[in-house]
Design a protein around this ligand. Structure first.
Ligand SMILES: Cc1cc2nc3c(=O)[nH]c(=O)nc-3n(C[C@H](O)[C@H](O)[C@H](O)COP(=O)(O)OP(=O)(O)OC[C@H]3O[C@@H](n4cnc5c(N)ncnc54)[C@H](O)[C@@H]3O)c2cc1C
Length: 545
């Protein structure tokens, strides 16, 4: 059976949905295929922050930006991994995309007040934020039967909240009252990545683009060097779908494909936190079509806390705010600190890949988050309450945490040298008393001061605090990733480039399915969804012609 469209898109994350909208509005007849049973991909699991420098909503919040400032910032982080023309395409198209989606797809973006860039002290970085946008709550009952077909996030305790209301997403968090939470349930008003995906999905449905689920794109149809369609397995049946103008690969990364990870990544990514259907299908198809690859070593790295079965469906959580707070440090098997625990999660990947050349092993894997009873009483057990949302403490630590009455006992249980752990904590406590961390500079960046204790945002006390109240606890931390960010190399129109540097006619890629246009850089909150959506938008527009 053969169907014919102008543009076909694989993947219903933010990249694919944006591409579908843009292609339709450019006059194309669009088909949208999703491998999973539900739609939204990791984008629906996310916080929904979208990083767009120089976006049109910043000024309303008093934040100033410019094309030059944004490019200065990106190129200062590049280390040779960003093609300048792609950074320019991103910076130029980002604000236009925001305006477009606000006007035509009901995104209603607003700037997230105060959230600093991830390297705010770099040239062009913004310590006071403004480059991150998010969507307001979105009433899911508008989606009809599709409401239940958006994949829910396993990581958030509630989806009826925006990031800007959480301790992580706001300068002054204002968690909604129980009455307000009840009210939001009436029309199932959701925030986070659900609001973003919900709005983009609604825009697709309004255009008559109904995603086909359980539909896995398997192979491209190539005719005389031009991609003219794809073979798609729909509910177990192979279908050939023709695309008169183009195929957009928005199939996410390859973080759930062990072979590809072994072949390409620079170091371990044992604990992906993305949707499990992201197995590098787009990469496979692009390689078969002769694509040049880029950024293959890289992922959106993140430390991940390991949970026992049943706490959430992934048995893991993103360790972000929890490790930035006072009264906690991270140690390796030598019982030594090895990095600024409050550093941005993507940069933290480097610490996990550091070699111990004498022992020919990874120096900082395994490692643990160590914290004390006072931490638990103030903030609760890391991972127990759902990312970003929990702010209140608990009398007792979660029973699955490893605890001990003394640091020596805890060290014994972990198999790390007790004298090392004791001296590490002693030195940390001395540095805290002196008000700075000369070892790893924790708390020096506006970034660290944002991610720590919400009651002390903006000060060093947000992240510096002693470990002095037993019992002490340990949580195993693993090398994780939000997704990989290597794949086919693209040009400023999101066209896939071949081995000779020429666009492969009819083939586009966006999001984690392509080599990130921003190299190894994670500019700020929303730094993955920003380029994913911008290049999805560019792909859809160009493909539609
Ligand atoms: C808890 C959490 C919070 C996060 N918060 C943020 C945030 O606030 N801001 C931010 O920028 N990033 C955030 N991220 C990361 C972000 O979610 C991802 O990087 C982003 O969603 C990737 O978008 P994408 O469209 O490329 O892929 P995805 O959203 O993962 O979508 C890819 C889709 O393609 C489908 N697919 C795969 N293969 C095929 C095939 N062969 N045929 C058809 N379909 C296929 C998959 O099933 C999937 O639905 C977060 C991640 C997590 C887990």
């Amino acid at each position: 059976m053969t169907d014919t469209y102008d543009v076909i898109v694989a993947g219903t994350g933010a990249a694919g949905l944006t591409a579908a909208i843009a292609a339709h509005d450019g006059g194309a007849k669009v088909a949208l295929f999703e491998k999973g049973e539900q739609v939204g991909g990791t984008s629906a699991w996310s916080g929904g922050h979208v990083w767009i420098p120089n976006n049109p909503h910043m000024a309303a919040d008093g934040a100033a930006d410019s094309r030059d400032l944004a490019l200065t910032y990106l190129m200062s982080l590049s280390r040779g991994t960003i093609e300048e023309r792609l950074a320019e395409a991103f910076v130029d198209a980002g604000p236009r995309m925001v305006e477009y989606l606000d006007a035509k797809a009901g995104t209603d973006f607003y700037s997230v007040r105060g959230f600093p860039d991830y390297h705010p002290e770099h040239p062009g970085g913004l310590t006071g934020g403004g480059r991150t946008v998010e969507c307001p709550l979105f009433a899911f009952d508008q989606l009809g039967e599709w409401a239940a077909r958006v994949t829910p996030s396993p990581y958030f305790a509630t989806m009826n909240i925006t990031m800007s209301e959480t301790p992580l997403g706001a300068a002054v968090p204002s968690m909604p009252s129980p009455e307000e939470m009840q009210r939001r349930k009436i029309h199932d008003e959701r925030g986070l990545g659900q609001a973003l995906v919900g709005r983009l999905l609604k825009a697709c449905l309004d255009r008559g683009i109904e995603p086909v689920t359980s539909a896995r794109m398997r192979n491209l149809v190539i005719d005389a060097g031009r991609v003219t369609g794809a073979a798609v397995d729909v509910g177990g049946q192979r279908r050939e779908v023709m695309a008169r103008r183009g195929v957009v690969l928005a199939t996410g990364g390859f973080e759930w494909n062990e072979d590809y990870k072994r072949a390409f990544l620079r170091g371990p990514l044992t604990h992906p936190v993305s949707i499990e259907t992201n197995t590098g299908d787009g990469l496979y198809m692009a390689m078969k079509a002769g694509a040049m690859l880029s950024n293959m070593r890289e992922a959106w790295w993140i430390p991940v806390g390991e949970l026992p079965p049943g706490v959430n469906r992934m048995n893991r959580f993103l360790l972000s705010g929890d490790r930035s707070r006072p009264r906690t440090i991270m140690v390796n098997r030598q019982g030594r600190r090895f990095a600024n625990e409050a550093a941005n999660y993507n940069a933290f990947g480097g610490a996990f890949h550091q070699e111990d050349v004498a022992r020919f092993d990874y120096a900082n894997l395994p490692c643990w988050l160590i914290f004390d009873q006072c931490y638990v009483e103030r903030y609760g057990s890391p991972g127990a309450g759902g990312a970003g949302v929990k702010s209140s403490g608990a009398e007792k630590a979660a029973e699955w945490l490893l605890g001990a009455p003394s640091l020596e006992d805890l060290a014994e249980k972990l198999g790390v040298p007790p004298t090392n752990l004791v001296s590490t904590v002693q030195r940390w406590n001395d540095n805290v008393a002196a008000g700075h961390d000369p070892d790893f500079l924790r708390g020096e960046s506006a970034h660290d001061r944002w991610w720590g204790d919400p009651d002390h945002k903006g000060t060093v006390e947000a992240t510096l605090g002693p470990l002095d109240s037993p019992p002490f606890y340990a949580l195993p931390v693993r090398s994780g990733g939000l997704g990989t960010k290597g794949g086919p190399r693209v040009d400023p129109d999101a066209r896939v480039i071949d081995l000779d540097g020429n666009p492969i006619p009819g083939l586009y890629a966006a999001g984690n399915a392509c080599g990130s246009p921003l190299g190894m850089t994670y500019g700020g909150a929303g730094g993955t969804l920003g380029p994913a959506m911008v290049f999805g938008w560019l792909a859809g527009r160009h493909a539609a012609g």
